[in-house]
Design a protein around this ligand. Structure first.
Ligand SMILES: Cc1ncc(COP(=O)(O)O)c(C=O)c1O
Length: 370
């Protein structure tokens, strides 16, 4: 069953009212006189000083005159990477999550949301006006109970991250998909931290699990090393968000130069099995070194995010300061970003770290715990 089947009906209503905005299949041809941008001083077409010559600015919202060929090419590339029909670029992951949830869900709906979902997902849930059922972290049975309770709701949504940003763990994506199918709920998965590093060709944890969410959110600012984000799914979803996601509609399109770079980074990431293997080795070495020091790391965090739980904010801050004096930057993460009593150092591995960097970091950790 397609839990988003109502989107097409709503788009048809818009069309009947003469209010449908249709995403263009191509950018306006060169030579057109653009008289509707916000590019008042004419700088948008200038390249970045160190760039490849492509336009630095979109000049306007994508719906007005801000759609460039680079956006459309990047969106096709992202969709192909994830094996879905379509993708839509947003200016950030925060904007993508808030805009998408507020566009899709509404009062009368129930959103089942993991207790440790990112702030942007929480804010999107709140802005939608839907009833929010916060369920304990990774608790699939609690999701099922919430969906059963939500049987009378107008619509049901399950919202999760695939690799949790602060805990580095992963939900049972297949279990969630099966529950959504059983209860006619839509599944939205934020793959911000998993894209590029997990799954076939880095296409994420949903691809790895063989799960097709109804809505996928990915960012360009993490593994792809840029900034911006995208929402991926069906063409109908893309057109719906084009019309309804306020953080997309009422915001300047992302830089065409960044969109072009995103296309290049997707190709690079898809082919970078060597980078993924290097990242895995680095994360494993850091993890085993930290555990050998007695650091408390959740057993479920098996990827590049290593949460070193120090419990009190004071202990986390003190450790962060000690490491800073060693020349190692690790920010302390405290409430409200994480629940009280779980303040931590969120250590992240990177394929860019050399073996000697890792050993230097471990030596610093060793001195800092003494
Ligand atoms: C899970 C998750 N989603 C969304 C975002 C927001 O992405 P962006 O930094 O592009 O706004 C983050 C960033 O920290 C994140 O961790």
């Amino acid at each position: 069953m397609n839990a988003l089947r109502h989107l097409q009906e709503e788009l048809s209503e818009l069309e009947r009212a003469g209010l449908l905005r249709v995403p263009p299949a191509a950018a306006a041809p060169a030579g057109m006189l653009v008289l509707c941008s916000n590019d008042y001083l004419g700088y948008a077409a200038l390249p970045f000083p160190s760039g490849d010559g492509s336009a630095s600015g979109a000049g306007a919202s994508r719906l007005v005159s801000g759609t460039h060929e680079a956006h459309l090419m990047a969106e096709r590339e992202l969709a192909t990477w994830l094996g879905v029909e379509a993708a839509l670029l947003f200016s950030s992951g925060y904007a993508a999550n808030v805009g998408t949830l507020a566009a899709l869900a509404r009062p009368g709906d129930v959103i089942v949301s993991d207790a440790l979902n990112h702030a942007s997902l929480i804010d999107g849930c709140r802005l939608s006006g839907a009833t929010i059922e916060v369920v304990p972290h990774l608790d699939v049975e609690a999701v099922e109970r919430a969906l059963v309770r939500a049987q009378g709701a107008r619509r049901r949504w399950v919202v999760t991250e695939s690799l949790f940003s602060m805990d580095g763990d992963t939900p049972d994506l297949r279990g969630l998909r099966a529950l959504c199918d059983r209860h006619d709920a839509a599944l939205m998965v934020d793959e911000a931290h998993a894209l590029g590093i997990s799954g076939p060709r880095g296409a994420g944890l949903c691809a790895e699990a063989g799960v097709r969410p109804d809505v996928v959110v990915g960012t360009l600012g993490k593994s792809l090393g840029l900034h911006g984000a995208f929402v991926a799914g069906s063409s109908t979803l893309r057109t719906y968000l084009w019309n309804r996601a306020r953080s997309f509609v009422f915001s300047t399109g992302i830089s065409p130069a960044v969109a072009l770079a995103a296309m290049d980074r997707v190709r690079r990431a898809a082919a970078d099995d060597a980078g993924r293997a290097r990242l895995r080795r680095t994360a494993d070495r850091l993890r085993s070194g930290l555990r050998a020091l007695g650091a408390q790391l959740p057993p479920s965090a098996s990827g590049p995010i290593l949460p070193w739980i120090l419990e009190s904010p004071g202990a986390a801050m003190a450790m962060s300061r000690r490491l800073g004096r060693e020349g190692v930057v690790v920010q302390a993460i405290r409430p409200p970003t994480v629940p009280a009593g779980t303040s931590r150092l969120r250590i992240t591995a990177s394929a860019s770290l050399s073996e000697s960097d890792v050993e230097r970091a471990l030596a610093s950790f060793r001195r800092a715990v003494r």
